[in-house]
Design a protein around this ligand. Structure first.
Ligand code: NAP
Length: 243
């Protein structure tokens, strides 16, 4: 049976690296994006060149009707969705909590947590076979990101709870739910967070003395989705250089 995966926010960064690796392993991949069609289409072209099968689909995964449309489109292209990577997420400029307004806090929660809830629910409602979900959380769910992004850290903490609880709810159906917790990965996200060179600045404080690459995170996500991890559920892999 074909393995059909949706990678949310698959057009750049960790999502793009994951889409490429999964396609190289034979998954049929839907590369979801919210706004940047150019980079998502580029990912699809790249992985078609290596013999992979993929489509790009625009959907804001924090909106219920968009998520339904995303699953409908993927099913039309490839058949029933069996695997899901909840990777889409936003990081807003560094700020103390006291200076955050409620619109910002809610935006981060809806973008990072509601999206994970909606996509996971859709997969569970629809799948008729065994399957797997990997949530892309963050090391800040443990550290709290004080003076920078407590909103973002709280959203990732919620993703961790969702991962644990859902893994127990659906284990008997043969659906595994796990998470990766990256930190300090070289992507454009840090520019969105107000400091493009953040990883370089923090490298000396990281035990492994460097930032990570999207490919290093993609390797862990791909392993958790795969049959090699068939007895792993409700688990977390930290990818933060020892932090
Ligand atoms: P990135 O390069 O900024 O990519 C984020 C992706 O998410 C973009 O492709 C964006 O799509 C998509 N996205 C955001 N909101 C969306 C929505 N509502 N619907 C659909 N797509 C949406 O960041 P990244 O570093 O690869 O981050 C990927 C994941 O890793 C995130 O969940 C992030 O929190 C997590 N993470 C990253 C780091 C790090 O150090 N980089 C560390 C820990 C965790 P468009 O471009 O189309 O807008």
């Amino acid at each position: 049976m074909s393995k059909v995966v949706i990678v949310t926010g698959g057009g750049r960064g960790i999502g793009a690296a994951t889409s490429k690796l999964l396609a190289s392993k034979g998954y049929l991949v839907c590369v979801n994006y919210r706004s940047n069609s150019e980079s998502a289409n580029e990912v699809v072209s790249d992985l078609t060149l290596i013999g992979g099968k993929a489509v790009a689909f625009k959907a804001d995964v924090s909106i219920e009707s968009d998520v339904v449309a995303l699953f409908d489109a993927t099913e039309r292209a490839f058949g029933s969705v069996t695997h899901l990577v909840n990777n889409a997420g936003v990081l807003l400029p560094q700020s103390n909590l006291v200076d955050m307004d409620v619109e910002r806090f809610n935006k981060v929660m809806v973008s990072n947590v509601t999206s994970c809830f909606l996509c996971s629910r859709e997969l569970i409602k629809r799948t008729k076979s065994e399957g797997a979900i990997v949530n892309v959380s963050s090391v800040v769910s443990r550290t709290g990101a004080p003076f920078e992004y407590i909103d973002y850290a709280a959203s990732k903490g919620a993703m961790d709870s969702l991962t644990k609880g859902l893994s127990l709810e659906v284990a008997s159906k043969g659906i595994r739910v796990n998470a990766v917790r990256p930190g300090f990965i070289h992507t454009q996200m840090h520019a969105d967070g107000g400091e493009p060179d953040r990883v370089k600045r923090l490298a000396p404080q990281i035990p492994l003395q460097r930032g990570g690459t999207p490919d290093e995170v993609a390797n862990a996500i791909t392993w958790l989705l795969s049959d090699d991890a068939s007895y792993v559920t409700g688990a977390f892999i930290d990818l933060a250089g020892g932090k």
